[in-house]
Design a protein around this ligand. Structure first.
Ligand code: HEM
Length: 444
């Protein structure tokens, strides 16, 4: 067994998690329209955490898979320990099963986004330590001449460990006895955790962009490192916009608002440069990864516009607690994170089975376009319902009246959400099949 097979195992786990997560997301969408739907068996209180856990798990797990797949090539030597990575993989499967079973059973003893019982965190942290040992023992410790994605991955790895620990400080009386301290630390941890998975995903995409264009200078340039440090500043300080409702120091929020805007600019610029060098070089190969990375550039732009608007305090006052926040979260995790990860996965597929990719080029091209069109409608419907809710609240309408008025937007949201799910299924099914076949083939 080699590192590529290990990477594929994680990617298959990530893809399966996304598969299930999409399914629960769509049930959640249907429950917006018909609240009694599956109320006894699987109420919204269960489908939402199941959906959110599974889709975030997709992001982390497939980013880990891509790192395992690419790391030895980047490091120029073998993976430190296949055994450690297999133990890590087994633990991740175990965590996945326990969390899903607990959520199904309605056992939620954690905090928002991490609703599983806190003792599971110990297994998560332990499996992450194994990953860190494997990663840092594989890369050569010459940090002065390494490409920016090594820095990006290293930072993501360390900060995930820190923020996951920090997100459980509420278990200590010093934090949970003081609501302001408690909320601030909680949102700070979660905000920076998003930064940590962004570092893993962006690092992976930067490696893929370098591999596609063959230009080794870009990821070692001063500009790339400038943007990396800007990203790191974001990871550490942009969480303040999550604590808007907490009566803590206003300067923290103001500084973090300004900083959080720069993050998307960074990514937009990197992707733009990549697109330009690809087009300038008239490259023809790796067409699908290029398309996916280009679409994510468009999503960076859309999310940047939305983020700038909702970060203006006068606007935030009205948008807070509406579906505009959900649009912001899903726009970024689907449009940017998922699109970038699929780009990296297609790059691997190109290497794994070029003839199949050539055969399915049109089919995948169509699914990717369908995904993006339905995603735009999905995203706009959430924004429109947020605006309608905000107007209803300003008019002091009854909650029931407001919800009634939102029904047309929810219909569009659910219908387009189902198309998003189907388009992703169209992409995921052949991808899952190819990865699974490859794992079994290599095993023989
Ligand atoms: C790659 C695909 C997806 C990702 C990464 C994703 C991600 C997320 C995230 C991060 C949240 C939490 C938002 C928040 O707390 O503000 C969320 C909520 C939600 N998502 Fe998705 N999502 C995906 C696809 C879908 C699809 C296809 C549907 C179908 C309708 C859907 C329906 C929902 C619903 C109903 C919620 C709950 C919103 C609420 O709390 O009112 N998602 N999703």
């Amino acid at each position: 067994m080699d590192h590529k097979k290990i990477g594929s195992l994680f990617i298959v786990l990530g893809l399966s998690s996304l598969f299930l997560g999409l399914f629960f997301g769509s049930i959640g969408g249907l429950q917006y329209l018909l609240p009694p739907f599956l109320k006894e068996q699987l109420a919204f209180q269960k489908t939402r955490p199941l959906h959110v856990y599974l889709v975030i798990n997709w992001i982390f797990t497939s980013a880990v898979g891509c790192i395992y797949y690419f790391l030895p090539t980047v490091a120029g030597r073998k993976l430190y320990s296949i055994k450690l990575s297999l133990v890590q993989f087994s633990l991740q499967v175990l965590i996945f099963l326990i969390v899903v079973i607990f959520f199904f059973a309605g056992k939620f003893s954690g905090r928002e986004y991490l609703e599983f019982p806190p003792w599971i965190t110990l297994i998560i942290l332990f499996s992450w330590i194994l990953f860190m040992i494997n990663f840092f023992k594989t890369i050569p410790f010459k940090f002065n001449d390494v490409p920016v994605y090594i820095w990006s991955w290293s930072t993501g790895l360390i900060f995930f460990f820190i923020t996951m620990t920090e997100a459980h400080l509420w278990l200590l009386p010093y934090f949970n006895n003081n609501i302001i301290r408690d909320l601030t630390v909680q949102w700070k941890a979660l905000g920076s955790m998003v930064g940590s998975w962004n570092m893993l995903v962006y690092g992976t995409s930067m490696f893929v962009m370098e591999a596609i264009t063959g230009d080794k200078k870009v990821c070692r340039s001063k500009t790339s490192f400038f943007f990396y440090f800007l990203g790191l500043t974001n990871l550490m300080f942009n969480w303040g916009h999550h604590t808007y409702i907490v009566p803590s120091s206003p300067i923290v929020k103001e500084v973090s608002y300004i900083i959080s805007m720069t993050e998307l600019l960074i990514l937009g610029k990197i992707l733009y440069n990549f697109r330009k060098s690809y087009v300038d070089a008239k490259l023809k190969y790796h067409h699908l990864p290029f398309r996916l990375l280009s679409f994510s550039d468009g999503w960076v732009f859309l999310n940047l516009v939305l983020a700038i608007l909702i970060s203006i305090p006068a606007i935030n006052l009205y948008t807070h607690g509406t579906h505009i926040t959900v649009a912001h979260a899903m726009g970024a995790t689907i449009g940017i994170n998922t699109m970038l990860l699929l780009g990296s996965i297609f790059f691997i597929l190109d290497e794994m089975n070029e003839s199949l990719m050539e055969k399915l080029k049109k089919y995948f091209g169509f699914s990717i376009v369908l995904l993006n069109i339905s995603l735009v409608i999905f995203w706009l419907s959430l924004i429109a319902s947020g605006i309608a809710k905000s107007i209803g609240m300003q008019q002091n309408n009854l909650f029931a009246v407001i919800m009634d008025n939102l029904q047309p937007y929810f219909k569009v949201f659910t219908a387009s959400g189902i198309v998003v799910m189907l388009a992703l299924f169209m992409i995921l099914i052949p991808v899952l099949k190819t990865f699974s076949k490859d794992i079994l083939l290599k095993e023989k």
